[in-house]
Design a protein around this ligand. Structure first.
Ligand code: ADP
Ligand code: MG
Length: 295
């Protein structure tokens, strides 16, 4: 295509809500055959809310929420924001306990000291690192929530499991349509997420995705992209989070949600300004049309 055609293409992109880094981006957009999509904040709204608090026998759900909320106030993760908000709302003054020695284990959870208690909130795998194992009742609550597509995290302090907090967000109303359009353009959609396999599969089924790569640690998302590329695929990655940045940069085409983090946008070739996934098939169609290969 001529430089003029490419300039016109990027201009047309702006009208479609696509921020395109440079005219040459349209070339890689045209050749993509596989689209990896992050789940939280990309396919779903990412606006998580606490749906349930399940206390272990002899524990108080209110106390579990208050203590977990205190620790999560140190984290910027959407799960943390939901738990902190709910903990504030449940307290008459809206105050949280102070937290000391806060630390975040990316892709696993958080820990810190609240009122002298050593608290861990996160995946059962993180609790296991602290030699905490969930009783059957809590494991069942966690599994049931994940089967429904929700995300569940466990709470423990002083080496004893205290409860499970269920958080969930909604699938964006336009996600299923976007996936259908990607398929109609001949692209294979694949979900790539750090979340649990059962929750990921439930959400994937709701939007029409069959292939799921779940429980991927943040530092491993880029390796999954590389694996597809080694199999000869031309890969687009769509994401919003700090933990998607390396994968967005590794992909042949990185697409960031306009509603996402700056880190994700900086690592990408293209930004879907409105955070509407339908802008992804729009971009592919635009590139094919601009470069004269309308399908
Ligand atoms: P995603 O790919 O969906 O953005 P992440 O890699 O950020 O997922 O997180 C993976 C999992 O790690 C979460 O589903 C949750 O179980 C756990 N986790 C991450 N951050 C936190 C946190 N601040 N509090 C509790 N659990 C967390
Ligand atoms: Mg995300």
């Amino acid at each position: 295509a001529t430089p003029t055609a490419l300039m016109v293409g990027t201009g047309r992109g702006a009208q479609l809500g696509l921020l395109i880094r440079g005219p040459e981006v349209l070339e890689s957009t045209r050749t993509v055959d596989t689209v990896l999509l992050d789940k939280t904040g990309t396919i779903t709204t990412g606006e998580m809310a606490v749906a349930d608090v399940v206390a272990a026998q002899g524990e108080s759900a209110n106390e579990v929420l208050a203590v977990a909320g205190a620790v999560e106030s140190g984290s910027a993760h959407p799960i943390a924001a939901a738990i902190t908000r709910a903990a504030r709302a449940a307290h008459e003054t809206g105050d949280l306990h102070p937290v000391e020695d806060f630390a975040s284990d990316d892709g696993l959870g958080v820990h810190g000291v609240v009122g002298g208690r050593a608290v861990v909130v996160g995946r059962p795998r993180l609790l296991a690192d602290w030699s905490v194992h969930l009783p059957d009742g809590l494991t069942e609550a966690l599994d049931a929530a994940q089967q429904r597509g929700a995300t569940a995290v466990a709470v423990a302090w002083d080496g004893i499991p205290r409860g499970v907090i269920v958080v969930s967000d909604a699938v964006k109303p336009t996600s299923a349509q976007a996936i259908r359009e990607l398929r109609a353009l001949g692209l294979a959609p694949v979900m790539l997420t750090g979340d649990n396999e059962a929750a990921a599969r439930t959400v994937a089924a709701q939007v029409g995705i069959d292939e799921v790569v779940a429980e991927v640690m943040p530092q491993d998302k880029a390796d999954v992209v590389t694996r597809f590329q080694r199999d000869g695929k031309v890969v687009a990655m769509v994401g919003d989070g700090v933990n998607d940045a390396a994968a967005l940069a590794q992909a042949d085409l990185g697409l960031a949600m306009g509603t996402g983090t700056d880190v994700a946008k900086e690592a990408s070739d293209l930004t879907l300004v409105r955070g509407d996934l339908r802008a992804a098939p729009d971009a592919i169609r635009l590139a094919r049309r601009t470069l004269g290969t309308i399908k």
